[in-house]
Write a protein that binds this ligand. Structure first.
Ligand SMILES: Nc1ncnc2c1ncn2[C@@H]1O[C@H](COP(=O)(O)OP(=O)(O)OP(=O)(O)O)[C@@H](O)[C@H]1O
Ligand SMILES: [Mg+2]
Length: 503
């Protein structure tokens, strides 16, 4: 053993029932580097990192930390060894201040065991200084952006003296700007000698920031490389076990007639402030309208109003008729854990969510179990959901496979209008491409689709027109055939166009 290795995992095997989530995995992580772990949905990435963090116990295998064999029974053991993990779903308390969240569970105690806030604050300030992170310690956590909340999670680890930081898909929920900031922070951490394990599906990110890459497939390591020696195509090959060609951009053109007319709609934010301001546009039959914008410019509130999740003023006309508050719409929400799935339900029950009353699945008195099962199995096959078992609890599925279930259910609904927010978040390259192909297919059938995404490449590939939101208004409606990322970006920032309503 050499101790230039921060982590070595040897022969790690972990099964869930018959399923081998990790199969004799060997991995070496050099101290002071950023090491990416990549692979298909369900490949075993989160499982391996959860083992390192003491959340799961391997059936067999050995872990060495800094050259010494380590027994990690719990996250508390991991923290003692200097290992910290930021999970895909943050574990912060929204109502507490930033400082309180950072020190929660690890307060510096003074005389009589009272929390010594002054000393805690000093320690946190020191960390912010050392790592060049800017954050207001007295702000209420729930009011802060996702990118900021993620920083709090990282500071929390540093506060516990973590030397090895595990980040499970940290960028999946971030805007491109927030991702840039996160990566700046990671580079500073690295320069200070920290070791970072990073899971992501975005190959550009992997190539941009990591020094080493390990690829997993079906629980096994299928590739180990220095980042400088590889490229996107080669990585895709290692991830999928074969070559892969992504779909072409949208071909069909929209019809003249409207599916949805949005007329003078205004919506307020959670804080009661105007978030969408007297906004109007139409969605044609067979059209995909992309919505671009820096997070917090009204996209979220607009989508919630269309989907009946938020009050609004103004009107929606669906297929030429004024619509009441409950538009029939298929919706892939941005936050699937809050609105998309029920973890305690099995796959079939999750497929049924929101469709309990449909004649296809209900006699009016009871659920048609057989029909539901057959339907679920068709979706499992079509969307390549793994493991392919209709009565499996969805909580046992990998993050990406959970997302596939939501996409499968919503895109198969019989509605003329589909509203999707970040539909490929957390999906591997092949699954993301498949969801793209289904969106194109549905639009070719004549449906109207509203697509919110922070991935401009995705918007340009799928949309007919791109509405750029800024300050609660549409700052530009661009033809996706003639625009580009630069132009969209400048409208997003309000550098071009009317700049929305500045008042
Ligand atoms: N608690 C659990 N119970 C049962 N099966 C599980 C559990 N956790 C993970 N699995 C299974 O182990 C396999 C690996 O899952 P894991 O979450 O490690 O994948 P992943 O590589 O992180 O995928 P993704 O990119 O979708 O997040 C999957 O088939 C998953 O269904
Ligand atoms: Mg995962």
């Amino acid at each position: 053993m050499t101790n230039h290795l921060a982590v070595e995992m040897k022969g790690i095997t972990k099964t869930f029932g018959d399923l081998r989530a990790n199969d004799s995995v060997d991995i070496k992580i050099t101290k002071g580097t950023i090491h990416a772990i990549i692979g298909e949905n369900g490949a075993g990435k989160s499982t391996l990192m959860n083992i390192l963090y003491g959340m799961y116990h391997p059936d067999s295998g050995t872990i060495y930390i800094n050259g010494n064999e380590a027994v990690i029974h719990s996250p508390a053991d991991a923290i003692k060894l200097g290992i910290g993990m930021v999970h895909q779903h943050f574990m912060l308390v929204n109502t507490l201040t930033v400082l309180e969240n950072i020190i929660l569970g690890d307060e510096v105690t003074g005389a009589l065991n009272t929390i010594d806030k002054r000393r805690s604050r000093q320690k946190v300030k020191q960390i912010l200084n050392n790592f060049d992170i800017n954050i207001g310690l007295e702000e209420i956590t729930g009011t802060l952006s996702i990118g900021t909340q993620q920083k709090i999670e990282i500071i929390k680890l540093l506060y516990r003296n973590a030397e090895i930081l595990i980040l499970d898909e940290p960028t999946a929920v971030l805007t491109p700007q927030e991702t840039d900031e996160l990566f700046k922070t990671l580079k500073v951490l690295k320069a200070e000698g920290k070791t970072i394990l990073l899971i992501t599906h975005k190959l550009n990110e992997v190539l941009g920031i990591s020094e080493f890459i390990t690829v997993l497939r079906n629980g096994k390591v299928t590739g180990n490389t220095e980042t400088k020696d590889t490229d996107k195509d080669q990585l895709a090959g290692m991830i999928l076990g074969g070559s892969f060609e992504s779909i072409k951009r949208k071909q069909n053109s929209p019809a003249e007639e409207f599916i949805l007319e949005i007329i003078g709609v205004s919506v307020r934010s959670d804080k009661g402030l105007p978030a969408v301001k007297d906004l109007s546009f139409e969605v044609h039959r067979g059209e995909i309208i992309g919505i671009a914008g820096v997070e917090g410019n009204g996209q979220h509130e607009l989508i919630e109003a269309i989907c009946g999740l938020r009050d609004y003023s103004g009107s929606f006309i669906l297929n030429g008729k004024p619509a009441d508050k409950d538009l029939p719409v298929a919706h892939i929400p941005a936050n699937r854990h809050k609105h998309g799935i029920v973890m305690e339900y099995n796959l079939a029950e999750n497929v049924l969510l929101g469709r309990e009353g449909e004649a296809e699945f209900s006699t009016g008195v009871s659920i048609k179990e057989k029909a539901l099962r057959a339907y679920t199995e068709r979706l499992i096959k079509k969307y390549d959901i793994r493991p392919a078992e209709a009565d499996l609890l969805i909580g046992g599925l990998s993050g990406g496979n959970q997302q596939k279930v939501v996409a499968a259910r919503e895109m198969s609904k019989h509605t003329d209008l589909i509203v999707v927010s970040h539909p490929t978040r957390g999906l591997d390259i092949k699954a993301a491409d498949f969801v793209h192909s289904v969106l194109l297919e549905e639009s070719a059938k004549g449906k109207g689709i509203i697509l919110v995404s922070s991935d401009l490449g995705e918007l340009l590939k799928l949309s007919d027109r791109i509405a750029v939101m800024f300050n609660g208004k549409i700052n530009a409606m661009l033809d996706s055939a003639t625009t580009n990322e630069r132009e969209i970006g400048s409208y997003m920032l309000g550098l071009s166009g009317s700049g929305g309503d500045k008042g």
